[in-house]
Structures are given as C-alpha cells and as structure tokens.
Design a binder for this molecule. Structure first.
Ligand code: CMP
Length: 148
C-alpha cells in the first residue's frame, strides 16, 4: 500500500555533508516522494519525549544526549511500503550487525556506533503517525490517511 513514514538523518550524519548528501540521494533514487523535510536541533526534552519508550535502558542517556547534540534532518517520505522499505535501506540498528549482515545498507556503510547510527525510521503504522505528528504537527494527516 502507499504509505508515509518518518525518517531522520541523525546528527552524526548531518555533521558530514558528503554522508548526509549520499543518504538524501538514496532517498530520491529509491523513488520516495519527499512530502515534507526540515532541519532542526532538538532540546534535550524533545529527545527525552521522542525516545520515552527507551527510558531506563542502558543506552537511553547517551541516546538522548546524542540526538540533542546538533542539527538533524527530518522527512515525511511517501512510497509503496514506505515504512518497511526505509527500514530495509537503513539496515540493522547496531552498526556491527549492519556491517556484517548488510554492508551496502546506510548503517552498514556509514554507521559509527550503536548510538551514532546515521538514521531513524518509524517501525509501524502507529509509530509513523505518532512520529510524523511529533515533527510536523501542522501536517494534515487527515488528507493523507483518507486516501486509503
Ligand atoms: P533508532 O532507530 O533511532 O531507535 C532507538 C535508538 O537507540 C537507535 O536507533 C540507536 O540510535 C540507539 N541505540 C543505542 N544503543 C542501542 C542498542 N544497544 N540497541 C538499540 N538501540 C540502540
């Protein structure tokens, strides 16, 4: 089905223009339509709210700090099976797994650590809806979701 998803190019990748440009080019090459995009910097509490489900896990503090450490780029991407397709392009969350299992994936090529792993993508229809509203509260999701 035609779907929308929320994708982030994280601060580690945005800090390297050649890498963020390569990721952006991949988005276009893979026939995603960029419905919205913006560059922004999170405050610490934005980071804490977005990743609230990970609160208490050993990587939570470093994740929250990293994600509010510098500019990132958020996208609403549309495509057939956008959610799973973007996740497949990113590759596994953990960099060592991505390098081993999926060396051509975005994280396999550019991931630095399990935290500094270049990109994020919504993992379900529900999380896409929540995450799109988090970044783009003005986006009129009613227009979109009534299409299917
Ligand atoms: P993301 O897809 O944004 O979702 C949660 C994030 O937590 C993940 O990518 C990583 O940036 C970060 N993270 C750090 N360590 C781990 C870990 N061991 N397992 C899962 N996620 C981790």
């Amino acid at each position: 089905a035609l779907q929308i998803t929320l994708a982030i190019i994280k601060p580690d990748a945005v800090a390297h223009p050649l890498i963020s440009e390569a990721i952006h080019q991949k988005i276009l090459d893979q026939q995603f339509i960029v419905v919205r995009s913006k560059e922004l910097i999170w405050r610490r509490d934005d980071s804490e709210r977005f990743y609230a489900e990970h609160k208490g896990r050993f990587f939570y503090q470093r994740l929250v700090e990293f994600m509010s450490s510098g500019p990132m780029r958020a996208y609403i991407l549309a495509r057939e099976n956008a959610i799973s397709h973007w996740r497949e392009l990113m590759g596994p969350t953990k960099t060592y797994r991505a390098r081993y299992l999926s060396p051509e994936s975005i994280r396999g090529k550019y991931g630095l650590t399990d935290t500094r792993n270049t990109t994020h993508g919504s993992d379900s229809l529900d999380s896409a809806e929540r995450e799109i509203a988090f970044f783009f509260p003005e986006f009129n999701k009613k227009c979109w979701y009534e299409m299917d």
